[in-house]
Write a protein that binds this ligand. Structure first.
Ligand code: GLN
Length: 255
């Protein structure tokens, strides 16, 4: 079977990329290279075709409502079907904020546009009058990624999950999906949606490896990934968590 190669599809890189979201792709690729694995990153954007068998891991970042309108129209063509098929077939996927919203059933923006999603996630989003902004700490509910995830959120959309998917975790500090039910993000098969920008993966390396392992297992017989020296990543995680918890203590109440 040879040296593993991770084939990443970076969706709408020029449109859906805020708060350093592209850093997630850099982290995924670098963690593979450090292990001696091959990596291929393919940008796929408006009007491009999408072959559901050609990639192991899909990434879509966050974007403003304006960009989401363009992307939503493009996803509604054959890309949405291809993405759903790839995830049903075991591909890994990470979607952040605006990208996450478009993979649910629909996103009703605060200004009244109803953007249909591709229903990969059983989730609905509606924009609210106040934005949810700040650092976030989440108790991970993902099997194989124990502990706390850290990130930064900035969204007006409130997302509510249906019974067809489960949350990524429970909010320790921050607003999460909707500021009401304590849930953050969404998991369906090997696909994750989350509001955490940051970039997320450089300072949550176990989540990065969860995605890489599941993506590679599509075509390679791997039990686990070789461990890396994550002392810098863990120091970044600790610093972000300490800052976030300090803010929570200062405010006294959640979020
Ligand atoms: N436009 C969306 C919202 O405000 C997503 C923003 C983002 O991706 N940060 O809810």
């Amino acid at each position: 079977m040879g040296t593993p190669e991770l084939r990443i599809c970076h969706l709408y890189p020029e449109l859906m990329n805020i708060y350093g979201d592209r850093g997630n792709v850099i982290a995924l690729a670098q963690r593979c290279r450090w292990r001696g694995y091959g990596v291929r990153v393919t940008p796929v954007s408006l009007g491009d075709g999408l072959d559901p068998t050609e990639h192991d891991l899909y990434f879509i970042g966050g974007g403003q409502d304006r960009e989401q309108i363009l992307v939503c129209e493009d996803l509604a063509r054959e890309k949405g079907d291809a993405l759903r098929q790839a995830v049903e077939d075991g591909a890994a996927l990470l979607s952040i904020c605006g990208g996450f919203q478009l993979l649910g059933d629909h996103f009703l923006t605060y200004t009244g546009e109803d953007l249909p999603g591709i229903s990969l996630f059983d989730a609905k989003t509606a924009g609210g009058d106040a934005r949810f902004i700040g650092n976030v700490a989440v108790e991970s509910g993902l099997e194989g990624v124990e502990g706390v995830l850290v990130g930064f959120e900035n969204h007006s959309g409130r997302t509510y999950l249906g019974s067809g998917c489960r949350p990524l975790g429970g909010v320790i500090r921050g607003y999460g999906n909707n500021g009401e039910d304590g849930q953050e993000g969404c998991v369906y098969r090997n696909a994750i949606g989350t509001y955490l920008h940051g970039s997320l993966l450089p300072k949550n390396p176990r989540l990065a490896d969860w995605l890489i392992l599941r993506a590679l297992r599509r075509r390679h017989d791997l039990d686990e990934l070789p461990r890396l020296d994550d002392s810098l990543e863990e120091a970044a995680h600790r610093a972000a968590l300490e800052l976030t918890l300090r803010e929570k203590r200062r405010r006294g109440v959640s979020p």
